[in-house]
Ligand binder design. Structure first.
Ligand code: PGA
Length: 245
């Protein structure tokens, strides 16, 4: 199983920045043991597709609506993303859950839509600081996993991204012990829901070139989901290199 290093650009980058970024990134030598993915803003999907033509680097949107088309003003069609060449989709990012009030049920609908339109989901889960302080971390992870994965069958590739909400964009990275505990619990849950499947568990939340190496060696860490430090090709590549065991 390759170590997955995924970039989440959030609502950053114009089409011209996207082109420049990939022109630089494509000159880098990506080790065979690493799989890189980019979650780009949907409005830049066509530019990403053109910039990554004939490259093994995959991309996808950060969100989809769970229908091919319809009267859903302002939403992103998974069918259109697929036609443009997306292979992956981010589902249930905490910013979707918190800022856009996406429930566990809606997240599940998006998992099913990803499946239907042949996009490999990277499912994000994670607790808030208040939930952690109340000792609710495992209960939250279990609830989010159960809603998204009960009776779900993996078509191609499924990744889980454990992203403690308090570590996202804050510079406050989870400690290796906290990451190991959460990932081990997620692995136990996955063994129940989807036994015998190869499902990498990515860590996300303030991953930087300086902390990537230690986190990559932590139990059950099968990759990273990187926000801020993925916005410059140099720092994202530094994380890729630091991930090599
Ligand atoms: P961050 O974001 O790396 O900037 O903390 C991670 C994410 O939101 O996926």
């Amino acid at each position: 199983m390759k170590f997955v290093v995924a970039a989440n650009w959030k609502m950053f980058k114009n089409p011209s920045d996207t082109q420049k970024y990939f022109a630089t990134f494509r000159t880098y030598n990506i080790p065979d043991s690493i799989q890189t993915l980019f979650f780009v803003p949907a409005v830049n999907a066509a530019t990403a597709a053109l910039s990554l033509e004939k490259s093994p680097i995959s991309w996808g949107p950060q969100n989809i609506y769970p229908a091919a088309n319809g009267a859903f003003t302002g939403e992103t069609s998974p069918e259109v993303m697929k036609e443009l060449g997306a292979r992956y989709v981010l589902v249930g990012h905490s910013e979707r859950r918190q800022l856009f009030h996406e429930s566990d049920e809606v997240t599940r609908q998006k998992m099913d839509a990803a499946q239907q339109f042949d996009l490999n989901p990277v499912l994000c889960i994670g607790e808030t600081l208040a939930e952690r302080k109340q000792g609710q971390t495992n209960a939250v992870l279990e609830r989010q996993l159960r809603a998204a994965l009960d009776d779900f069958s993996v078509k191609n590739q499924l990744c889980i991204a454990y992203e403690p909400v308090w570590a996202i964009g804050t510079g406050q990275v989870a400690t290796p012990d906290q990451v190991a505990a959460a990932h081990t619990f997620v692995r136990q849950m996955l063994n129940q829901f989807l036994p015998k499947q190869e499902i990498p568990i990515l860590y996300g939340g303030s991953v930087k070139p300086e902390n990537a190496s230690e986190l990559a060696k932590t139990a059950e860490v099968g990759g990273f989901l990187v926000g801020g430090a993925s916005l410059q090709p140099e720092s994202f590549y530094a994380i890729i290199k630091a991930s090599l065991q």
